[in-house]
Design a protein around this ligand. Structure first.
Ligand code: NAD
Length: 491
């Protein structure tokens, strides 16, 4: 299967203790195929007792899973990798269908899932080890071992329905923990299919991976559960803040990745022609719904006019449409509500005095008149104090801000928002690049790269309001999902 996906996935079930369970909840959400604007699946908002049952299943599985040898656990990850690779086309198709991104973008997402499984396998053989120091005193030795903790809750955003869960899943389970995953209620279908594969093809013991659906209430219930040892959250800043606070109140460890407002700076000495497709895809890839998307395009010195004309020409040449159709380079927004929110921001920007270079709000895709499409939108003469420059929009909008010098541009980046996920610079000067890298207060820096996404063997996190916590996603989770035990012995 690749191009003919199911038109409807019905009412999703919960995966609890290895069984697919029908939720008894009467509260149902609607997941869409945003490219067609058509309903795709009904999402039950799990009842409190259903969330409790998922945690209980995780807790009971943990008692045995933690004692399975790490080499046996690694074997399951090899099977998981194999299942992802054998079903890549189907998973990518479902991902595009439910999220709207292009098939190519979904295939890229799948690659990152596999990469995280690979790195979790490697880490299990290496970083999961402890260490010892003999003879700390006469006849006394000390050793440190890393132990799993128990059940973790993985709360996911809509924009990478598979990749974000995989920043955590393989690491958590290979280290001997069990998990309850809560996919986004907007894009739960891809993880549902992954969970089917985990159950049917990977054969993990029941209860090691559980899935519940819903929103705020189910997440709060999970975090409050005594048997949940920690939570990973990826989503918007207000919720990240709330989750981090709640985890603290309940004495749980937490990783909470929040929202973003990323600046991409272009110096007069940048190779504009060589960088343009990379630069444009920073703003419009994934329809701007990436935490590492460019949002503010800062032109420095006299590069403004040539930058704007090349950027606009390349952006307007992007083919917008249904993500499963060939040649399409930009899909729709995830929901009608998201399209309205982004459109409203365009209006706000214009009201604040920004000048429209291109306005994607009128875009119609004739074959899919009900899809949630919005074309590439470019606003010029944006100033750092405008809302359009400060707030996260999460859509295909580029706000062009002019700065006189690199110093002024860095000041704008650090001062106009309190987000700190990513900053990028396009330049042919090593000195400018170095200044930028050292002074921009963001967790991820791109030099002549518009999406500075860390590979799985590096941590993925931001700074300031883009991240709350200490340890980040991906490789850092080896520490997050284990506790260090010290043994001091004398024989
Ligand atoms: P969101 O915050 O609306 O939802 C994220 C998850 O939290 C969902 O599973 C949702 O059901 C749950 N949730 C929502 N409100 C809640 C509440 N009050 N209490 C508990 N749980 C709640 O985010 P979204 O719209 O799904 O995703 C887009 C956001 O995610 C953007 O802000 C984007 O920048 C951010 N994001 C950040 C990163 C990163 O690494 N920093 C990566 C991807 C996405």
């Amino acid at each position: 299967m690749s191009r003919e996906p199911r038109p409807d996935y019905g009412k999703l079930k919960l995966l609890v203790g290895g069984e697919w369970v029908e939720s008894q909840s009467s509260e149902l959400g609607q997941a869409f195929d945003p490219g067609k604007g058509a309903p795709l699946a009904l999402v039950p908002f799990a009842l409190p007792e259903e969330a409790d049952r998922a945690v209980a299943a995780g807790q009971s599985a943990f008692e045995k899973w933690k004692d399975v040898s790490i080499l046996e656990r690694v074997k399951y990850l090899y099977k998981l990798k194999d299942a992802l690779e054998r079903n890549t086309d189907e998973l990518a198709t479902i991902n595009t269908q439910n999220h709207g991104k292009t098939l190519e973008e979904s295939l890229g997402e799948l690659k990152r899932c596999v990469e995280n499984v690979d790195v979790a396998i490697a880490a299990a053989y290496t970083l999961a080890k402890g260490d010892t120091l003999d003879q700390i005193a006469q006849g006394i030795d000390v050793s440190m071992s890393k132990e799993p903790l128990g059940v973790f809750t993985i709360v996911c955003p809509f924009n990478f329905p598979m990749m974000v869960p995989f920043w955590f899943i393989p690491y958590a389970i290979v280290l001997g923990n069990t998990i309850v995953v809560k996919p986004s209620e907007l894009t739960p279908v891809p993880m549902q299919r992954v969970a089917e594969l985990i159950k049917d093809e990977v054969g993990l013991p029941p209860g090691v991976v559980n899935i519940v659906h819903g929103g705020r209430h189910v997440v709060e219930r999970l975090i409050a559960n005594r048997d949940v040892k920690g939570v990973t959250f990826v989503g918007s800043t207000p919720v990240a803040k709330q989750i981090y606070r709640m985890a603290g109140e309940h004495g749980k460890r937490a990783i909470a990745n929040g929202g973003a407002k990323n600046s991409v700076l272009v110096m007069p000495d940048a190779d504009l022609d060589g960088s343009m497709s990379n630069l444009v895809s920073s703003f419009f890839g994934n329809t701007g719904q990436r935490c590492l998307a460019g949002a503010n395009l800062i032109s420095v010195g006299d590069v403004h006019d040539s930058l704007l004309s090349k950027f606009t020409k390349t952006a307007l040449a992007l083919k917008v449409g249904y993500g499963l159709e060939s040649g399409v380079q930009m899909g729709p927004l995830v929901t009608e509500k998201a399209r309205k929110r982004v459109s409203d921001y365009v209006e706000t920007g214009l009201g604040e005095g920004a000048k429209p270079v291109s306005d994607g709000r009128g875009l119609k895709i004739l074959e899919h008149p009900d899809g949630f499409y919005l074309g590439a939108t470019i606003l010029d003469q944006v100033t750092p104090d405008m809302r359009i420059a400060r707030e996260e929009v999460f859509g295909p909008i580029a706000s062009v801000i002019s700065a006189r010098t690199l110093d002024q541009a860095i000041e704008i980046i650090n001062g106009s928002t309190n987000f700190g996920n990513m900053g990028c610079i396009y330049t042919s000067s090593g000195k400018s690049a170095r200044e930028f890298r050292r002074r921009v207060d963001a967790g991820n820096i791109g030099v002549n790269i518009g999406v500075a996404a860390p590979s799985a063997y590096y941590p993925f996190g931001g700074r300031r309001d883009s991240f709350y916590g200490v340890l980040h996603a991906q490789i850092d989770t080896i520490e997050f999902f284990t506790d260090k035990k010290i043994t001091i012995s004398k024989w």
